[in-house]
Design a protein around this ligand. Structure first.
Ligand SMILES: [Zn+2]
Length: 412
């Protein structure tokens, strides 16, 4: 076994064992706290709702354990198991066409394997807890639409990547990074107007009282948007949410219809103020810059890996080629980034605290707490996650810590 294969297997095992350990910790922790509502929520969340949230979290964590194992086996089969090698010798075509074909085939295999897992999540787990609103026909339609959108956007990008690798010299990765960055900015700018409407209906907010109130908040915060929209989130699931989308002058405020149904005017305003906080504290732009920096480092690394025969043979592929370098890198790099997860999650959680502070200043911390409690309850989010699991996976602070932080802001 080559040294690089051993290194790969080492990273692979550590990641897989960590995922399994974290998932089991989460299940044990939630189960241990299932019997009692945490005191901070005792007045607002019933024991029944708390136990429903615990059971829902546990069911999702169990599925997560299975997913991590399935993805692990798939990665081994594709690389050392020889599937990629087989695809490379089977997919017809020359040069760019062959390369793109191999990469698309590999991603098609991975996506097909995810379908039964996603189906189980929607029609067994979400169904059992009353969250699923999809029919199987809609589920498969969504898959088809997602695949078509991914192909329409991904194929031109893939051909540009392979073409640059082939013909733009030693600094191909730098050119590819420029194309990648430009592509991402285009998607950010056009997603709300062209892509999101393929999956959901967006109608202008019609409640005039609420509209006036939200426009007053936007004006007070100096925020320009291209309009307030309501999304028919209830078509697929009864989870509620609100978000901003778009980029530059193309920004929109989007509310899930399920959110508007459940929260009163005060609470909706507070949730929106939190989302505004993300923009005003420049979290969105910082996230984009960080994503660009990470992809720059990644592509520079790929530029180096691509030159070593050991990179290919160490991962089960005998013939070095541009498309295999790209494909192997896309498959293996998540092992490298898994160890960075706690850092990214901590950064994201610090942004959430800042956005909560913004909401406290421009709207009301008290109303945000009320809104969050309703959302935790109605989305059946656990109030008692395992701290280590949370440090790895949670982009938002655990419920009790977040609410305690807001209570402190409300007190000043
Ligand atoms: Zn947030």
């Amino acid at each position: 076994m080559s040294a690089f294969t051993s290194l790969f297997l080492g990273f692979f095992l550590v990641t897989l064992l960590m995922q399994q350990w974290l998932g089991r910790r989460q299940i044990a922790h939630v189960l241990a706290h299932r019997g009692r509502v945490p005191s901070a929520f005792a007045g607002n969340i019933t024991l029944e709702a708390h136990q429903k949230a615990a059971d829902y979290s546990i069911a999702k964590s169990r599925l997560g354990l299975a997913e991590s194992a399935v993805h692990g086996v798939l990665l081994l089969m594709l690389t050392l198991g020889g599937i990629l090698q087989w695809l490379d010798s089977t997919v017809p075509g020359t040069s760019l066409l062959h390369g793109a074909g191999v990469i698309i085939a590999a991603f098609a295999i991975s996506s097909l394997i995810d379908i039964p897992l996603d189906y189980y999540k929607a029609f067994t787990i979400d169904e059992r807890f009353g969250f699923n609103k999809m029919t199987p026909a809609m589920f498969f339609q969504d898959i088809l639409k997602h695949a078509l959108v991914a192909l329409a956007m991904g194929v031109p990008l893939l051909f540009s990547a392979l073409w640059l690798m082939q013909s733009s010299g030693a600094y191909w990765w730098l050119w590819l990074w420029c194309v990648w960055a430009g592509f991402n900015l285009l998607v950010l700018a056009f997603y709300p107007t062209f892509i999101a409407p393929l999956f959901n209906k967006f109608s202008p907010l019609s409640d005039n009282v609420l509209k006036a109130r939200i426009e007053a908040l936007l004006a007070k915060c100096g925020f320009k948007s291209q309009g307030l929209f309501v999304m028919d989130g209830s078509r697929r699931s009864s989870h509620g949410n609100a978000y901003f989308t778009g980029f530059g002058a193309n920004k929109r405020v989007v509310f899930f219809d399920t959110l508007l149904e459940r929260l009163d005017g005060n609470e909706i305003e507070a949730v929106l103020a939190h989302e505004l906080g993300h923009f005003k504290r420049r979290h969105v732009i910082k996230r984009i810059i960080m994503m660009f920096a990470i992809s720059f480092a990644g592509l520079a690394l790929l530029g180096w890996l691509k030159q070593g025969t050991w990179f290919y043979t160490g991962l089960g592929v005998t013939n070095p080629s541009d498309h295999m370098a790209l494909l192997l890198f896309l498959l293996v790099s998540p092992l490298l980034t898994f160890v960075l997860r706690p850092l990214m999650a901590a950064y994201s959680r610090s942004n959430e605290f800042e956005a909560d502070e913004y909401a406290a200043q421009h709207s009301s911390a008290r109303h945000l707490v009320e809104a969050l409690v309703k959302l935790y309850r109605d989305n059946a989010s656990t109030l008692t996650p395992d701290p280590i699991h949370s440090a790895f996976y949670d982009s938002h602070p655990p419920a009790s810590i977040r609410v305690a932080h807001l209570e402190k802001l409300a007190a000043v």
